[in-house]
Write a protein that binds this ligand. Structure first.
Ligand code: PHE
Length: 372
């Protein structure tokens, strides 16, 4: 409607608006102002709550906004009685909403502050547990030491599997089927043609089938036999094998290498003796003893009064073994030895009972911390 078309209530001299009873429009404006104020309050509260430094600051904001007497929301509510019923409902509703929203903001901010301020779980005054230092097993220690001594003579390390074929463990090593020598090494059979190796000698077969001479290897590893488990026997034990194959190798080389080793491992100048023995895979064969390290040869319970301790079996590689692995026995000769490491560790560290090597007794194992 264009202003000029506006109808006049009376004559043209009358003012356009006349004072009168409060119009409902004025009341609505007031209600709208209050609702807007509440919205502003809520926005302001939100900002302050978000930047509150700690729980105390939040507590102050709570009183400031929601306090029943002097709170800012309450201050706005004071105007309610002067409003008309409908406006009162609108403003009341908006006030409740604002209150609920501010309470909610306060609650989640309080939870956040509480989580941040919570002390870490556990007793901070408790003394720290010292870090546990690991140790190498005494058998691992002697295995490493022995391999290192032979390393000086040009030997490298080789390993093989603990589950072996009957052929590698016995047949190829010249044990004839049914031969009494098999009784020296009763082991655990896994099924047709498979067993837990009774010595590390099958790795001689594996090495000679994989590499041509010259060969110089030490072979540490675990072996199995159906032996009792007592102070000096265990059905699981560790050996180290030695194998040297080349042109012109003789028994003199074997004696020299073993004596060199014994004097490095046990004691400088220790007496070593070679006794004739038998193994199907060496010919001739020998058993090697060193002077007892406890009584130095005079005889004691540890050496059963003999003054000697048996440390290994050895011999010159039997030509039949060379033939089984395709090495020419006319051209090559060699020697081999096999040594029990559990016994060596017991002698080296004065361990009285082999079972200590298998038990997880920390009082025992802790003694080897730092021995590398
Ligand atoms: N393998 C033999 C044993 O365990 C030891 C040995 C190895 C003997 C090499 C001679 C040569 O009894």
């Amino acid at each position: 409607m264009a202003p000029s078309d506006r109808p006049h209530r009376s004559g043209g001299a009358e003012p356009e608006t006349t004072p009168g009873p409060p119009a409902s429009g004025a009341v609505s404006d007031r209600a709208a102002d209050l609702v807007a104020a509440l919205a502003g309050l809520k926005a302001e509260a939100e900002q302050q709550i978000r930047s509150a430094a700690d729980g105390d600051a939040l507590q102050r904001l709570k009183t400031d906004y929601l306090g029943r007497k002097a709170g800012r929301v309450s201050a706005i509510l004071k105007a309610l009685p002067s409003l008309e019923a409908e406006a009162r409902r609108t403003v009341g509703q908006a006030a409740n909403d604002a209150k609920a929203a501010i309470e909610q903001l306060l609650a989640s901010a309080e939870a956040e502050h509480a989580a941040r301020a919570a002390p870490p779980a556990g007793d901070l005054t408790m003394p720290a547990r010292p870090a546990w230092r690991g140790a190498l097993h005494p058998v691992t220690l002697v295995a490493t030491e022995i391999c290192e001594i032979f390393h000086e003579l040009g030997f490298t390390r080789a390993v093989g599997p603990e589950a072996e074929t009957e052929r590698n463990n016995f047949t190829a090593l010249n044990f004839p089927p049914g031969h009494p020598a098999l009784d020296m090494q009763p082991t655990f059979y896994l099924g047709t043609g498979a067993l837990l190796r009774s010595h590390t000698s099958p790795v001689q077969i594996r090495v000679m089938e994989a590499y041509r001479p010259p060969i110089r290897v030490t072979i540490p590893g675990r072996c199995y036999r159906r032996d009792p488990f007592d102070a000096s026997h265990a059905p699981v034990f560790t050996q180290v094998e030695g194998l040297c194959v080349d042109e012109g190798i003789s028994f003199v080389d074997l004696k020299a290498a073993i004596t060199f080793f014994a004097r490095r491992f046990f004691a400088a100048g220790v007496n070593v003796r070679f006794r004739p023995s038998f193994f199907p895979f060496t010919e001739p064969s020998a058993e090697v003893d060193v002077e007892c390290q406890l009584c130095h040869g005079s005889g004691c319970p540890a050496c059963k009064g003999t003054g000697w301790m048996e440390i290994l079996g050895c011999g010159m590689v039997d030509p039949a073994v060379f033939e089984n692995v395709g090495v020419d026995p006319e051209r090559y000769t060699g020697w081999a030895f096999g040594m029990g490491l559990d016994r060596a560790a017991m002698v080296r560290y004065g361990i009285p009972d082999i079972r200590l090597l298998f038990e997880a007794d920390m009082r025992f194992h802790r003694q080897f911390v730092g021995s590398v």
